[in-house]
Design a protein around this ligand. Sequence first.
Ligand SMILES: [Zn+2]
Length: 256
Amino acid sequence: MKINVLYLGRLDCKKFHLIECRDEQTDILSPVSAILIQHPDLGNILYDTGNSPLYHKAYSEEMLRTYPVGEFISIESALSEYGLSVDDIDMIILSHLHFDHAGGLCYFKGTKAIKNIIVSETELKNAYWKVMTNQGGAYIKELFDIKGAVYKTIAQDTDLAPDLQLFIQNSHTPGVLGLVLSTQTKGNIIVTSDTVYTRENFNSELPPGGKINKTKKEFYDNLKLIQEKSKTYNAELLFGHDYEQIVEWAGAKEIF
Ligand SMILES: [Zn+2]
């Protein structure tokens, strides 16, 4: 299994949206990313797809104001760096259906990957319920309700392969898929996605500020799950929106 972290640009937002803090004026760079997993048995897997190229039209004014797109790199061009096109992807795993994770699905129209999208069942139900009741927020229907899309939902933690496990988290949204990746050179890696945005959230046990989480309890319950999993697997953590880490991992050579 070969793993590459793909850097897909940034959202330039206020720090308190990611990490609770008193000062609501401090800025933070929030990277957008995907993970390319080239697996000997499962083929080319993409975990997340980044922002939509039509962000300036598709995203609501509130979202663009809260999470301004500071830099946009399409999943298509990020894949081309590895000599791959959207047609080479066999499976897409979406951590959740927010715009900065599902926004690149549009590039996969007509490909085999669009018929093979893994997402948690609670996430898919929640996303549709939110957008159809006019409380979409970071869910934007046209980004995930794509022509030809076939979602394969999972309702419990699932091993896609012995070295690639999916686990369901209930924080940030009700069904964020995390990954446990077993590598030969870097040991086990746990990918948290947006349940833990940054290393600072994890190390200082700080939830996000702002309105994204309904309660802090969800954050702390999920943090406990991640703390326990990281001990069980003796794993390194890859966080959802940690600029320093994403830039470092994206710049590093592939992980085997
Ligand atoms: Zn996100």
